[in-house]
Design a protein around this ligand. Structure first.
Ligand SMILES: Nc1ncnc2c1ncn2[C@@H]1O[C@H](COP(=O)(O)OP(=O)(O)OP(=O)(O)O)[C@@H](O)[C@H]1O
Ligand SMILES: Nc1nc(=O)c2ncn([C@H]3C[C@H](O)[C@@H](CO)O3)c2[nH]1
Length: 316
C-alpha cells in the first residue's frame, strides 16, 4: 500500500510548478569556446565581463582566502541542482576552462554496478552478481531508498576524500576541487525528500541522520565546502533534458518528482528554510546561476560565466 503510494508520488503526473520570479535572469550557457587558450589567462577572464553583467544573476558572499605564501590551499565547491539540470555539462565546461579547477564527478556508475558474492556458504564456487541500485531505487523506492541513500552518501564521501591532483597542489592561482553534488545534498535534498514521500520511514530517517552526522563529525573537515554553485532551472526544463538524455533507469521519473526536488533545493539554497545541522553550512556562500537557457555558441556569455565563477572562487 505504502509502496504503491510512494511509487505514485515519484512517478505520477503533476501540475506544473510555477516558476518563481525575481531571482532568475536569462543566462546562456555556450560551451564551444572553452578550448580557446584565452580562457586560461586571468587577465582575459577579468577583462571580459564588466559590460554585460546584467545578463547574469549572481549572488555571492566572501569568507576568506590567502595565497600569498606557498601553495594555495585547495578550495572545495559543490555544484548543486535538480536531476538533469546540466551539472555534469557545466562541470566539464569549468574543467576545460581553467587548469586550476578539478571536477570530482558523481559516482553514478558505482550505484549502477554493485558487485556482490552470492554463494551463501553452500560450498559452491563463489559467484558474483552485479546489481543496479539506481534502477532498484527507482523501481521500488520504498524498499530501496534507505539502502540507496546510505550507499550514495558513503560513495560520495569516499570519492571526495581522495586527495587533489598534484597539479592543483602546485598551483599558484586559486585551486578548486569542484564536486558534483555533496554529502549535504544527499541528506538535505534526496534523503529528506524520500522521507517526506514516505519512501524512508521515520526509523530509517533517524538512523540515516545519526550516521550522517557522525560521518560529518569524523570526516567533514576533509570534504568541507567553501561554496556552492546552484544551477537553477524550472523542473519542466529538467524533465525535457532528462528525456533527451534518455538514461534507462530514469524512464519512469515523473515531473512531480523533479518538482519536489526543486522545492527542496529552493528551501535549502534560496529561502534558507531547511533545518541544517552544521554551523558552517548555514553560512555557506551560494552562487546562483540560471541554467535554463539552451546551450549557444555565445563566447561572450561563456566569458561572463567564467568571470563570475572565478570571482566567486577567489572570494571564498
Ligand atoms: N544548458 C544546457 N542547454 C541545453 N542542454 C543542456 C544544458 N545543460 C545540459 N544539457 C543537456 O541536458 C542533459 C542533462 O545534462 P547533464 O547530464 O549535464 O545533467 P546533470 O545535472 O549532470 O544530471 P544528473 O542530475 O543526472 O547528474 C544532457 O543531455 C545535456 O546534454
Ligand atoms: N534518491 C537519490 N538520492 C541521491 O542522493 C541521489 N543522487 C543522485 N540521484 C539520482 C538522480 C539521477 O537520476 C542520478 C544521477 O544523478 O542519480 C539520487 N537519487
Amino acid at each position: 500500500m505504502m509502496s504503491a503510494l510512494c511509487r505514485c508520488l515519484l512517478f505520477s503526473r503533476v501540475s506544473k510548478l510555477k516558476e518563481s520570479t525575481g531571482l532568475v535572469h536569462v543566462m546562456r550557457f555556450g560551451f564551444n569556446a572553452v578550448q580557446s587558450p584565452q580562457w586560461k589567462t586571468p587577465s582575459n577572464i577579468l577583462s571580459a565581463t564588466a559590460t554585460k553583467s546584467e545578463k547574469l544573476n549572481v549572488s555571492f558572499f566572501s569568507s576568506s582566502s590567502s595565497t600569498k605564501d606557498g601553495p594555495a590551499r585547495v578550495k572545495r565547491v559543490s555544484i548543486e541542482g535538480n536531476i538533469a539540470v546540466g551539472k555534469s555539462t557545466f562541470a566539464r565546461f569549468l574543467q576545460s576552462a581553467c587548469s586550476d579547477w578539478e571536477v570530482v564527478a558523481e559516482p553514478v556508475s558505482k550505484w549502477q554496478n554493485i558487485e556482490s558474492e552470492t554463494s551463501k556458504g553452500t560450498g559452491a564456487p563463489p559467484q558474483t552478481t552485479v546489481s543496479n541500485l539506481l534502477q532498484m531505487m527507482y523501481e521500488d523506492p520504498q524498499r530501496w531508498s534507505y539502502t540507496f541513500q546510505t550507499y550514495s552518501c558513503m560513495s560520495r564521501l569516499r570519492t571526495q576524500l581522495l586527495p587533489p591532483p598534484a597539479r592543483l597542489l602546485g598551483s599558484e592561482g586559486t585551486p578548486v576541487q569542484v564536486y558534483e553534488r555533496s554529502i549535504y545534498s544527499d541528506r538535505y535534498i534526496f534523503a529528506l525528500n524520500m522521507f517526506h514521500l514516505g519512501c524512508i520511514n521515520s526509523t530509517e530517517w533517524t538512523v540515516y541522520q545519526d550516521w550522517h552526522s557522525l560521518l560529518v563529525e569524523q570526516f567533514g573537515h576533509q570534504v568541507e565546502l567553501e561554496g556552492i554553485i546552484y544551477l537553477r532551472a524550472p523542473p519542466e526544463k529538467c524533465m525535457e533534458r532528462l528525456k533527451h538524455r534518455g538514461r534507462d533507469e530514469e524512464k519512469g521519473v515523473k515531473l512531480e518528482y523533479l518538482d519536489k526536488l526543486h522545492v527542496q533545493h529552493e528551501r535549502w539554497l534560496v529561502e534558507k528554510s531547511t533545518e541544517i545541522h552544521f554551523e558552517k553550512l548555514k553560512q555557506i556562500p551560494v552562487l546562483q546561476l540560471d541554467a535554463s537557457v539552451e546551450f549557444q555558441s555565445d563566447q561572450e556569455v561563456q566569458e561572463q560565466i567564467i568571470t563570475k565563477v572565478k570571482k566567486f572562487f577567489d572570494a571564498l
